[in-house]
Every structure is written in C-alpha cells, then in structure tokens.
Design a protein around this ligand. Structure first.
Ligand code: ADP
Length: 447
C-alpha cells in the first residue's frame, strides 16, 4: 500500500480523495494555487504545496510543478481526481517514468479513449454496441453526404478530440450538412488543436446511461451498475441517478456484462465509465471516461462500496475488495450538482458565501469543500457541492431529496438549488420520464 498520496486537484473532489486516504491510513499531500490557500482540503491535508498562480495552466495543469511537489514531499502516488490532468496520458507516462504511481489506467488506455474515433473503433472491436456512423474521420463533403444518406438524417458531427460537450453540430437535413461539417471542424481545431470530426446518427430522444466499470489490474473486469445522467444542460450533467428509472434488471445485467467483459479483454486497470445513449431498448456507446466521475457517489450509495478506496487498492496492486457477485444494488440514489450559478441563466456567481448550512439525516450525503465565509475564486468551474440522497426506492429517495433541499442554505451567492427545488416537484421527474433534451425544453418553458 502507498505511504503518501499527492492529490492533484481542488474543491470537493480533493476533499473526497483526502477522506479516503485518511480512512486507509495514508498520508496526504495537496497541491494548490495561490487562489486556494484557504481551501478546506488544504487545511485538512497532512502537507500542502503551493504550485503557482490562479490560472489552471500555471498550477493545476503544470505537470513539472506537480512532479516536483511529489519529489519534495516523497509522495509515492498521485490521485488526479476528475478534470485537470485526470485524462492526460502524458502526465501518466511522466509519473511512471519517475516511479510515481498514477492512480488511474495506463497512459496507453487513456490515449485510446481520449481519441473518440479510436475509442469507438475499440469499443466496436470489444463487442460494445456503438452509434451507427462513419468508420473514422470524415474530411470531404462528398463522403459526408454519402455516409449521412446511408445512416439517415438527422446526423451529428462530433470532434474526435472533443470533450465537455464542445465541437458538436447537428444536421437535420442534407442542406445543413456542409455548414455543420465546416463549423464542427473549425471549432474542434480552435478548441482542441485537432480538427478531425466524424459523423453519427443523431438520436432524437435518448437517455444518457453510463456504466461504472473497474479493471482489477489482474485482467479481470467488473461493473457497478449504471447511472442515468439524462438531465443535462448544454450537454453538461445536472442531476444523476442510480439505478436508471428506464432499465429493468435484465437490461442492467446485459449491458453491465458486456462492459465488464470489454474491460477485462482490454486489460484495463482502475475506474472507468462507459457512456451510452439509450433509445427504444438499445444501447449506443458514445465514449469512455478513464477516471472517477463527478457522479460516482450515487453508485457508492446503492452499492455501499467506496470507489476511491477501490481505485487506491487497484493502483497499489492489491486488486478489488469485491468480486462481481459481491456487488449488490440496494435502493435508489440521486445527486444534484450545486453550482455557484444563476439557476435560470447559469451565469457564474462567484463571491463570498456568507452562510452555508447543509442538510443531514438518514440517507443524506453532502460532498463539498466550501464553508461559511468562504470566498469562491472566479478562476475555476462553478461546482461548489453535491447533494446525494439515498432511499430504499425512488419514491423514498425523492421524498428525502425534497426535504434535504428545503434545509440547504447557501447565502451570499446565487446557486442552482432553486432549480432542484422546482425539479423535485415536477411530475415528469417524479415519474422518471425524461430524455436528454427534457431539461433544456423545461428551461425554455416548453415542458
Ligand atoms: P463530450 O465528451 O463532449 O461530453 P459525448 O460524446 O459524451 O461528448 O456527448 C455528450 C452529450 O452530447 C451526450 O450526453 C448527448 O447529450 C449528446 N450526444 C452525443 N452524441 C449524440 C448522438 N449521436 N445523438 C444525440 N445526442 C448525442
């Protein structure tokens, strides 16, 4: 087991990882920018190292500084959290070259899944169902027209290097195709330095369902069930739940089994998420994330298993603490992402939190790094906390969520709490009857 883990992240996830390390008796080092000197995880860590000024590229993305911090403090492993360097293959390779363990998969696996065209090809080879579309990158209009006609409109043009919902354009008919191809490719070039794009069938009313997987480092793969993250705004998840209200036990076992086998065949090590769109009883792979997800706590709530403990165990060579048959699903869990944003326009609302009161009671978990008097720096993403609620079934979970949202107080800034208070009283949400477009329509007053 590791003696000392360096946490290369900030905010709620840095605290989340720190808690797991403390439970396992592992010393912790956190790195932080000058803007985060007062952060909770900095206060709670055994050691902290300031690695630079506020902009992420000078601090949380500065590989040299982070490696230097490992060497100075004698950390033997790095947990990257999510975002920042968590899916940076070069970072994983550099750590390996310095004999520091990256708590995540190999650089090669990150590389395959980071390139969406390559990821889709790999998924197909491993027997995972994919969205019908081009086999690889599409460069000329003629080829695009041929493929689109073959799969049928509408189609979506996606950036191979894409992420965070950027670089995607929908073409409803052939008349839109030329512009969609051009803009997606130009946007991708500007945002990711790689203008390769590919074409997929655009699914009109899918749900977003993702499967939590783990490779144990010894060639075995398991799945921890699915999460339904269909409630999205601008392709960003807002509310996540497990299990999906749309799946039955047989479908869950089928898709879970396919994913676990793929992970084993790939020789993957650590945590991963295989994302699908789900429509008319069919699953379509869209991408795989090679890291811990923001929404991992809903899986922890229904399985009772600490996924960060498992990541650390696997990375240290100790394997998983559970086999597939030990993973049992119990009840229902929902996570609400509480952002420092206007609940209608979603414009960021940094500033000082004058009062912060979190709900409690049975089945309530709040993962947050903020506190009364905390000043939210304007440099990073606006997630300030996650409310995760568990109940024996979805009805009980929703009752508890409504009560917990009533108790939650964040004063001094705007947050997305009022949006969740509205959603929890909505009939479609109560019935679990929503697809990936539902929230946008609701916000536009159409639902
Ligand atoms: P990113 O890595 O940028 O998040 P994804 O491929 O995961 O991109 O897609 C993000 C979201 O975009 C999905 O959750 C879904 O809402 C939408 N999307 C992606 N592909 C399709 C598709 N083929 N049809 C319909 N919607 C799609």
């Amino acid at each position: 087991m590791f003696q000392k883990i360096l946490i290369a992240n900030r905010g709620e996830i840095a605290l989340r990882v720190l808690r797991a390390c403390k439970e396992l008796g592992i010393q912790t080092v956190v790195v932080h920018s000058t803007a985060d000197a007062d952060a909770m995880h900095v206060r709670l860590a055994d050691e902290s190292v300031c690695i630079g000024p506020p902009p992420s590229r000078d601090s949380y993305l500065n590989i040299h500084q982070i490696v230097a911090a490992c060497e100075i403090t004698g950390a033997d492993a790095v947990h990257p959290g999510y975002g920042f360097l968590s899916e940076n293959a070069k970072f994983a390779d550099i750590l390996a070259a310095h004999n520091i363990t990256f708590i995540g998969p190999s650089g090669d696996h990150i590389r395959i899944m980071g390139d969406k065209i390559e990821a889709k090809r790999t998924a197909k080879r491993l027997g995972i169902p994919v969205v019908p579309g081009s086999d690889g990158a599409v460069t000329d209009q003629k080829e695009a027209r041929r493929i689109a006609a073959e799969i049928g409109y509408p189609v979506i043009i996606k950036a191979s290097a894409g992420g965070g919902g950027r670089g995607m354009k929908v073409a409803l008919t052939e008349a839109d195709l030329e512009i969609a191809l051009q803009t997606a490719s130009t946007e991708a070039g500007a945002a990711f330095g790689d203008d390769a794009v590919y074409i997929e069938k655009y699914l009109e009313k899918p749900r977003h369902i993702e499967v939590q997987v783990f490779g144990d480092g010894f060639g075995r793969g398991v799945h921890f069930g699915e999460r339904d993250c269909s409630l999205q705004r601008r392709h960003q998840k807002v509310w996540e739940e497990a299990p999906s209200p749309a799946l039955n036990a047989e479908e869950r076992a089928r898709i879970g089994g396919i994913c676990a086998k793929a992970i084993a065949d790939l020789g993957y090590s650590g945590a991963g998420t295989i994302e699908f769109l789900y429509e008319n009883g069919e699953f379509y792979f869209i991408e795989m994330n090679t890291r811990l997800q923001v929404e991992h706590p809903v899986t922890e709530a229904i399985t009772g298993i600490d996924l960060v403990h498992e990541q650390i165990r696997v990375a240290s060579g100790g394997g998983l603490s559970v086999k597939q048959e030990d993973i049992k699903f119990n009840g229902h869990a929902i996570e609400c992402r509480i952002n420092a944003e206007d609940p209608r326009t979603f414009t960021p609302s940094p500033g000082t939190i004058t009062h912060f009161h979190t709900p409690g009671g049975l089945g309530i978990r709040v993962d947050s790094g903020v506190y009364s008097g905390y000043k939210i720096p304007p440099y990073y993403d606006s997630l300030i906390g996650k409310l995760i609620v568990h109940g024996r079934n979805r009805v009980e979970c929703m009752m508890r969520l409504r009560r917990a949202l009533d108790e939650f107080v964040v004063d001094g800034i705007k947050t997305t709490l009022p949006l969740f208070r509205d959603l929890v009283g909505n009939a479609d949400i109560a019935n679990g009857d929503y697809d990936i477009h539902w929230l946008e329509k609701y916000l536009a007053g159409e639902e």
